[in-house]
Design a protein around this ligand. Sequence first.
Ligand SMILES: NC(=O)C1=CN([C@@H]2O[C@H](COP(=O)(O)OP(=O)(O)OC[C@H]3O[C@@H](n4cnc5c(N)ncnc54)[C@H](OP(=O)(O)O)[C@@H]3O)[C@@H](O)[C@H]2O)C=CC1
Ligand SMILES: O=C([O-])CC(=O)C(=O)O
Length: 266
Amino acid sequence: MSLVSVIGAGSLANVFANVLHDFLPEFKLHSVLARNQEKAQVFASKYNCSAVFSFEDFLKNAAPVVVELAGGAALKEYTLPILKSGRTLICLSSGAFTDDAFKQEAICTAAKNNGRICIVNGAIGGLDFLQTCALQRGASEVVIETTKSPKSLLGAPALEGKTLDLTKKMVVFEGGVQEAIKGFPKNINVGVITALASENPHTKVKIVSDPEVHSNTHKIIYRSALADAVMEFSGKPDPANPKSSTTAALSAAACLKNLYSPISFW
Ligand SMILES: NC(=O)C1=CN([C@@H]2O[C@H](COP(=O)(O)OP(=O)(O)OC[C@H]3O[C@@H](n4cnc5c(N)ncnc54)[C@H](OP(=O)(O)O)[C@@H]3O)[C@@H](O)[C@H]2O)C=CC1
Ligand SMILES: O=C([O-])CC(=O)C(=O)O
């Protein structure tokens, strides 16, 4: 049985833990690092793992694989020490890697210490295709259009001081990935990973608020001399947090399964 530790005890951490418990008995949750004691204790007793509140204590005993399901700030704070300890870090809040200096430091730290960073597909798919096409180093045009209901977008820093019309479909953002993740840190990690996998820093992001939709939809359009692709992913918002698609947590579980499996899908 392989042990795994998680950071975060929120909606996606619960989905992740449930999937492990119900469908992947070859894995066992070892520990959870959380901020909110009450949430963490409920999580720890439900999934029979230990709850830890200090990162130093967590790192002393964490499993060889750590899964981040906590947010960009947490990922930035914990990545380097986790990698320095030679562990594998599966991460969901990959928007943090839009900071190139941080990304390079993480890669160097992983390489020096036998650590590993796994950026999962999250709420989308197709990172394999984008990375494959990027190998040719040719010019590409990449666009991602994300559509969510207004309640999935509310609270985003970019909307602060603005009134989001809850009754009308409207474009709430158009621009590059750096600006997108700053303005919508809990909504557009998928935009950053699209840009990273396609190695196209000029990836264009459009975010649409649509009161009629009941899914989080991400449409990726890729064009280059090598190939064209249109990929659209529509996932149900997690009932506990409509900002996040439930499939994002499953994607971390699938990544974990691939890490240990004699057969993997790429
Ligand atoms: N790549 C992708 O496709 C996707 C990525 N995501 C990313 O996943 C993250 C988690 O999503 P979700 O579960 O829905 O969010 P939630 O807000 O439901 O849960 C986040 C949890 O992490 C905890 N947390 C935050 N900071 C820290 C920290 N420094 N140390 C320990 N715990 C911490 C929070 O604690 P507290 O309760 O105290 O706030 C909360 O319990 C999102 O923030 C987003 O960045 C989400 C969807 C898709
Ligand atoms: O869950 C989603 O649909 C996408 C998301 O929030 C993100 O990429 O941050």
